[in-house]
Write a protein that binds this ligand. Sequence first.
Ligand SMILES: C[S@@+](CC[C@H](N)C(=O)[O-])C[C@H]1O[C@@H](n2cnc3c(N)ncnc32)[C@H](O)[C@@H]1O
Length: 378
Amino acid sequence: MTLPLSICEEILASAGFEGLSDATESSHKKRLRVIRDQMRELSSDFAEGISSESRYSMAYFLYNFPLNFMKTLYVFGEISIRRPDFLTPRQRYRILDIGCGEGAGMYGAYYALKSLDGSGNTRLNGIDGSRKMLERARDMAARLRRRGEDLTAGFANRDLTDIRNALPRKRYDIIICSNSLAEIIREETLPNKYIGILLGHLCENGILVIIEPALKKYARRLMQLRDDLVKHKAAQVILPCLHREKCSLLKIDSRDEWCHESVAWKPPAFLRILNKGLNREIDTLKFTYLVIARTKSQHVLPEGYRVISGLLKEKGRMRIFLCTERGRVELVRLNRSKSGKNLLFGRIHKGDLIKLHDIVVRNPDYWEVNFQTVVEIL
Ligand SMILES: C[S@@+](CC[C@H](N)C(=O)[O-])C[C@H]1O[C@@H](n2cnc3c(N)ncnc32)[C@H](O)[C@@H]1O
């Protein structure tokens, strides 16, 4: 996965870093130092629960915008592969981005939809409490339109704490909350009422996409929201979960488990340059997400199991953890059981969907891949 070239160029142009590359880096030395300092400030503020992206908006734009854009692109890719029934072509997509900031979520969705049916034709609406962030979002819309992108965008400066009064009386095909609920709602749980109001602004077959930082607190409250929705049959959770039973990680008493994604991608050169001296793990997108459909339809769930850990390689064996409707399962392949049929076990990544035939169930939560087991990555 890579950042679209047009987005890459417009980020650099908007930030006054046109043509930034390894060869030209030294001529931007002073400003790069300022941006890196701001990135440090942003991280330490984030760790303390302070929202300072508006204050350090240039650093946020250069660093977080591309990452958050890519996370949205990935999630929409997953929807289109696993649940295409929710992204059927429409005359025009109406998208609402809650806490849109500079628009990473809405523009990520726009690019994802464009790659699906080639046309784009999207009405984007963003709401945010920061004028500075909205200015950047507006600027990006103008830039993309000048490039011929088929989008219109409208923005509103509102406080989203009072969600009922902040939303226009309209319905949308897609509502996105990209890294914004973490700031708008500080409580330990996401109020069902708040989410209910968002769902109430979706059209038939519309979806609510929530992406949050990969931190235990935010992941666990999304997991809890998911379980509440499933329990009360209030809406349909369509991803990343593949079953409608209790969350397999919430069932574990230790309360240490949390579901999140780690997706590899190829960051553009400018991010590598920015990252010099900061040494962040920029080639992995880490986040937690939930896609919720308003309609309680009878869509068939995708087959298979979701892999919820990395591949753990140990002496004499490899293992992973799976999310199943009965709970979390440890799946092990001893090295001596490796065969042509289960060869793909060694290539499994976190987040994959896998299918198993002829598995050996040693315990309800401990399964083994033997010589005969067929492993498929879907
Ligand atoms: C971490 S940023 C995420 C921005 C963007 N969605 C993204 O993915 O990059 C959170 C955004 O939420 C906005 N925000 C936080 N609390 C808000 C509130 N109560 N009302 C409106 N906007 C709020 C901030 O101004 C900021 O732009």
